[in-house]
Design a binder for this molecule. Structure first.
Ligand code: GAL
Length: 427
């Protein structure tokens, strides 16, 4: 199984993902409705930037389903670091929300194998969704021909966000394209007195690790780490972890979550931040939900060092848990999430691109225009922290290893812990 879907991950999606205006893709139609039924939608999109996209989809849901009450069951904490633990306990107590956010890939495969999800083939048939999602993405959310979620977007993990004025002050004319150049630039920023690299809570450090592994190892070797041919004890992994140690030595004091870390860049306190492109929504959205900043002047971006030509991807998807208290309401939500209208309302605000291939390209401007072009031409690698390559137990062990490493800085111990995590992953 692992090899089958990793093979799919490694294939470039060129051509498949070209946006074409074929068919209207449909607005959403409401599901069957009972009076004043509550639909509990579980996610972790509470914070500045991310809540905007959810609000836009919610407005469509409420318009289309007057008999259903949307209940926002979002749990704060970027990357679902709090939400995923709570969800696991709700699922094991057989008290699922009506629908929940789950990442396409290994994370979702875990929920499927645990028997927690209903197949959505009926919905894919009814809405002809097989025609509008890329086959490789469908493979990530399927087991034996049954499809278990509705992907709402594609996010890019390997983005280097930077403040152009801070770089200029430090004598840096172009963003670093390699790990070695990145380290040299971090040193220059340090000498200028600004924070070289901002970081947030622990998961943001795991997020940084995935970009450093990709940039240091290269795409093929990185992708092999998640297959039966993986060699976590290899000298090239040692080198990548040493790079990570050096890069981390330039990090500022950890702040609370990804938003305050990104804000240090936007405010000119820090030079660099490696974060997914939800940061774009936060930087760019108007001040009631975002920072209202302008790209190229207040903030700018480049591929994370050493990763140009590779798109480290992840995808948010929504599910229908077995035993959902309001199944009809959940299906109505999934119809909005699957629709062209829903995806085109959600993604420009979320800082992501649509999972559907027939979206309205003209809505994706600035960073998002670049993002679409990268997605349709780059090689692919899957995110660790955001559920693509490692199931939740494996991701949690990697998080623990990173936490210990932040304390003891011992590369050999760290590498051993990562090798053990891979061996014990059961994936
Ligand atoms: C990811 C999620 C994104 C965004 C990010 C930061 O795991 O897929 O949609 O929410 O976390 O919270």
């Amino acid at each position: 199984m692992r090899r089958r879907w990793m093979a799919a991950v490694a294939v470039s999606l060129t051509g498949l993902l070209t946006l074409t205006a074929c068919g209207d893709g449909g607005g959403s139609q409401g599901g069957s409705q009972s009076a004043e039924a509550k639909v509990e939608v579980f996610s972790w999109w509470t914070g500045a930037g991310e809540a905007d996209g959810l609000k836009a989809m919610r407005a469509i849901f409420e318009r289309e389903n007057p008999g259903q009450e949307f209940v926002d069951a979002a749990v704060a904490g970027g990357s679902g670091d709090q939400a995923r633990a709570l969800l696991a306990s709700k699922l094991s107590a057989n008290q699922p929300p009506d629908t929940f956010q789950g990442h396409a890939g290994a994370e979702l495969q875990g929920y499927i194998k645990a028997g927690k999800l209903e197949s959505l083939n009926f919905l894919y048939d009814e809405l002809k969704l097989r025609d509008v999602f890329p086959q490789q993405l469908i493979d990530q959310i399927s087991v034996q021909g049954e499809i278990y979620s509705v992907p709402v977007n594609i996010h890019r993990s390997n983005v280097l966000w930077f403040n152009p004025a801070v770089l200029k002050e430090a004598g840096i004319s172009t963003p670093p394209a390699t790990i070695a150049a990145f380290i040299a630039d971090l040193e220059k920023v340090k000498a200028s007195g600004k924070i070289p690299l901002s970081i947030g809570s622990q998961w943001t450090v795991v997020h940084l690790l995935e970009s450093v592994l990709l940039g240091s190892l290269g795409t093929e070797t990185y992708n092999r780490l998640w297959t039966a041919q993986a060699d976590w004890s290899n000298a090239n992994v040692t080198q990548a972890l040493n790079d990570f140690k050096t890069i981390l030595s330039y990090a500022g004091t950890p702040v609370e979550d990804w938003q305050p870390a990104a804000k240090q860049v936007a405010d000119g306190q820090a030079a660099f931040n490696i974060m997914g492109d939800w940061a774009y929504g936060y930087f760019h959205n108007p001040p009631d939900g975002g920072l209202g900043k302008s790209s190229k002047t207040d903030f700018d971006w480049a591929p994370a060092p050493g990763t140009d030509g590779t798109f480290m991807w992840l995808s948010d998807s929504f599910t229908l848990p077995k035993g959902a208290p309001n199944r009809a309401g959940a299906v109505a939500w999934l119809k909005v999430a699957a629709s062209k209208e829903g995806q085109d309302a959600f993604n420009p605000l979320k800082g992501s691109i649509p999972a559907r291939t027939d979206a309205d390209k003209s809505l994706y401007k600035d960073y998002l225009e670049w993002d679409l072009a990268q997605w349709s031409s780059n090689k692919l690698a899957g995110s660790i922290q955001h559920g693509v390559v490692a199931n939740d137990a494996w991701r949690a062990s990697i998080n623990d290893a990173v936490g210990l490493f932040q304390g003891d800085q011992d590369v050999a111990k760290f590498q051993q812990a990562l090798a053990d995590a891979a061996k014990n992953s059961g994936q």
